[in-house]
Design a protein. Structure first.
Length: 204
């Protein structure tokens, strides 16, 4: 979003302007030289904000402060949503219903562009070597439930409380899937038209 360029102070060439003060109060039409003096006396600028009016509209303001504020607004407008790391935790014995719910939540985070930390917690005897390896597989099985194509940031890591895997949306795979769907639709259309023609022939 570009910051509009405005005429300021001596750049205003027309002899008269409609003046507005800082609070938006109408001060009426006055000579540009008088309006400029009024602005300078108040340590302000005379800024032409309505050049298409006759006479043009000029406002008393701190132009430097105005530019700074507009610059902040322009940056905020063009800023991409902040990427965050979201955690989804499942247990070794988490039931089917809860797994489905947590997978849906992970998909929502991924679709929003966030990194997702999948944690599979192990408790008590589950931390033993045999169970721990089963836990690693359960973690991978959970990731396979997700509807969003993902890419992993490395391999699952064993921590003090279980297994952890960082994943994020695989944008290339998602785009490829989208394009494939469009191709299938385009290929199916001629078949449908051909079928309609066959049907018309049979009716004749």
């Amino acid at each position: 979003m570009a910051i509009p360029k405005l005429r300021v102070n001596h750049q205003i060439r027309l002899p008269e302007v409609q003046v507005i003060d800082q609070e938006g109060k109408q001060l009426g039409v006055m000579k540009t030289s008088d309006a400029l003096k009024l602005a300078l006396d108040g340590d302000l600028d005379l800024v032409e904000v309505g050049p298409n009016s006759r006479p043009p509209i000029a406002k008393l303001m701190d132009y430097g402060k105005y530019q700074y504020q507009k610059s902040k607004e322009a940056k905020a407008h063009g800023r991409a949503p902040k990427q965050e790391t979201k955690a989804v935790r499942v247990g070794f014995k988490t039931g089917e219903h809860d797994l489905a719910f947590k997978a849906k939540k992970a998909d929502e985070f991924l679709q929003a562009g966030h990194i997702v930390k999948i944690e599979l917690t192990l408790r008590g005897r589950e931390k033993a070597a045999a169970f721990a390896q089963m836990g690693r597989q359960k973690l991978l099985d959970f990731v396979s439930r997700l509807q969003t194509p993902v890419t992993a940031q490395g391999q699952p890591n064993r921590g003090p409380y279980g297994w952890v895997l960082m994943i994020q949306r695989d944008k290339k795979a998602a785009q490829k899937t989208k394009n494939h769907g469009k191709t299938q639709e385009q290929e199916g259309a001629p078949e449908a038209r051909e079928g309609n023609r066959d049907g018309e022939g049979a009716q004749a």
